[in-house]
Design a protein around this ligand. Structure first.
Ligand code: HMG
Ligand code: MG
Length: 304
């Protein structure tokens, strides 16, 4: 299959970008981030998660965020839901898509959601039914698809196994997620091929953390296989509290710069995205981890 001419970008900074921040980010800042991303043209924004606030305190205001954002027609506002309670809260808050998240590693699944992979799938059965009944889109995430902080390297067969179970649950899309950011292009190709064997390629997303600086290369090999959905986070923010040592997600600005260079369409305005990245990095007192973002800002300051 040839590289796609158009890619769908899922902006995950309001959720993955912020969830690991020890200092609570004000709800108004989260709302402004989501609004800026919607205005920049992202078709899908992962706005928050409906998880236990004991496990992830930063996401406790998910319903408030969703209540306060401006809804742009055509934008899919998504959220993570680990159990039926989370799903019901997400439905009430008016999300368009719920993400049921599990892992290709037993140890990570337990650390992240306090259950085995099989138990996570059992928890998802009523969510999948309820999502269908409510007309919501259903996404399934496969964490630790390349490596696990507790189990080390993960085999592609484990990815295929979980992808199959998510397919049987009726997921519209699935994410092959490199939670730790340890994957290299050859191994990412294997993991993606394993997923493609059991799930329609146009419904598979790549979610790459950038710990070892491999994320853009991993996106490129996935694109060459025909994958056309990618997750990214402005300013390269991101991380999971249960994956110590993982860096942020691939920076959205860097992905946009690469895709523009390849002539791949996204429908997203890179300048507005760079400004959104600067906004959230400044609001959090963080350095902006997007190389393209920093370069474009410097160019603008120099008037070139
Ligand atoms: P548990 O402790 O086994 O569950 O956690 P529990 O039923 O005993 O509940 C514990 C407490 O949380 C109780 O409160 C529940 O009521 C409450 P208490 O009675 O003690 O006061 N609770 C909830 N509150 C709000 N919303 C809910 C909810 N459920 C229970 N939905 C549980 C199990 C799944 C809840 C927990 O492990 C959890 O919330 N885990 C989420 C961890 C998480 O969010 N991790 C980060 C997201 S995944 C990620 O980053 C990876 C990704 O980016 C892809 C990649 O990079 O790999 C997606
Ligand atoms: Mg992640």
């Amino acid at each position: 299959m040839s590289s796609p001419a158009r890619v769908t970008l899922v902006e995950v900074s309001p959720r993955d970008g912020l969830q690991n921040e020890p200092t609570l980010v004000p709800t108004a800042v989260k709302v402004e981030l989501v609004n800026r991303l919607a205005a920049a043209g992202f078709p899908n924004i992962e706005a928050t998660s409906f998880v236990s606030s004991k496990w992830v305190p930063q996401m406790a205001d998910g319903a408030d965020v969703l209540a306060a954002i401006e809804r742009r027609p055509g934008v899919v506002y998504s959220a993570l839901t680990p159990n039926l309670r989370g799903f019901e809260a997400a439905l009430k808050a008016g999300v368009d898509e719920v993400d049921i998240f599990t892992a290709a590693s037993e140890a990570f699944c337990r650390r992240n959601t306090n259950c085995s992979i099989a138990e996570s799938i059992e928890r998802f059965v009523p969510i999948a039914q309820a999502a269908r009944a409510a007309g919501l889109r259903l996404r399934g995430s496969i964490s630790c698809a390349l490596g696990c902080p507790y189990e080390g390297e993960i085999k592609a067969a484990a990815v295929a196994d979980v992808a199959e179970r998510l397919r049987d649950l009726g997921c519209d899309t699935i994410d092959v997620a490199d939670t730790l950011g340890v994957g290299t292009p050859g191994r990412v190709r294997e993991a993606m091929r394993a997923a493609i064997d059991v799930f329609p390629i146009e419904c598979i997303a790549g979610h790459f953390h950038d710990t070892y600086g491999q994320a853009l290369a991993n996106i490129l090999v996935s694109l060459e296989l025909g994958v056309s959905i990618f997750h990214a986070s402005v300013a390269g923010l991101g991380g999971c509290p249960y994956a110590k040592g993982a860096a942020g997600n691939v920076a959205t600005e860097d992905v946009l710069y690469m895709l523009a260079g390849l002539g791949v369409e996204t429908g997203v305005d890179i300048d507005a995205t760079v400004r959104a990245g600067e906004f959230i990095a400044a609001a959090m007192g963080r350095s902006n981890n997007s190389r393209a973002g920093r370069a474009l800002l410097a160019r603008r300051r120099n008037g070139s």
